[in-house]
Design a protein around this ligand. Structure first.
Ligand SMILES: CC(C)(COP(=O)(O)OP(=O)(O)OC[C@H]1O[C@@H](n2cnc3c(N)ncnc32)[C@H](O)[C@@H]1OP(=O)(O)O)[C@@H](O)C(=O)NCCC(=O)NCCS
Length: 165
């Protein structure tokens, strides 16, 4: 498995991985209308360009035999000493093979290299990924409802991990 830094040229692949993985992960949790609204908000070409070039999000791509199968994005210094994991998606057929672990470890290593002591993330309260994050050392620090407009809420838990240096 290879993990590399992703760039603007990877937009279409990132969109395709997100599209398939979102549908699979969220169709039993969110309405179709909310799914569409959130995909557009987070993965339209302009949203991606803004994340990459203005918000300073870093994207990592994971591949096997040259085939891109998963990605992560993160923001260093989201708060003082804290890195935020914004996105972590692995295609359904590759889930459970260690790719998610490899990506989150790469994010933690980037955070540490930057002197950040904590990684934080939001996860939907009904998402099976909560178990994955717990296995990777993340603790649930509480529930939060995020108003994302159009009458929609993201009903999340905030999970955090203290990094050991
Ligand atoms: C969550 C996710 C990134 C984990 O990556 P992964 O490559 O599947 O995970 P790994 O193989 O490194 O780790 C295995 C663990 O992940 C979890 N896992 C496996 N498949 C999963 C799935 N479909 N959904 C959620 N968690 C899963 C299990 O807890 C598993 O532990 P177990 O062996 O004790 O059952 C990936 O499953 C995924 O993309 N899920 C759907 C999208 C999503 O929910 N992303 C997170 C948004 S906050």
């Amino acid at each position: 498995m290879e993990i590399r830094k992703a760039s603007q040229e990877d937009y279409t692949t990132i969109f395709e991985i997100a599209n398939v993985t979102w549908d699979n992960a969220y169709k039993s949790i969110l309405s179709e209308a909310q799914l569409e609204y959130m995909m557009d908000m987070m993965y339209s070409p302009s949203a991606f360009t803004e994340q990459l070039n203005i918000k300073g999000h870093h994207f990592l791509m994971a591949s096997i035999d040259g085939k891109d199968l998963g990605f992560a994005s993160y923001e260093l210094n989201y708060r003082y000493g804290v890195t935020k994991l914004h996105k972590l998606y692995v295609l359904p057929q590759t889930q459970g093979t260690g790719m998610g672990h490899a990506l989150i470890t790469a994010v933690e290593n980037a955070a540490k290299a930057n002197g950040n002591e904590t990684v934080t993330l939001n996860v939907n309260r009904f998402n099976k990924a909560i178990h994955f994050y717990e296995k990777n050392g993340y603790a649930n620090t509480g529930a939060v409802d995020v108003n994302i407009g159009n009458g929609y809420l993201m009903e999340d838990y905030v999970m955090e991990k203290s990094l050991s240096f």
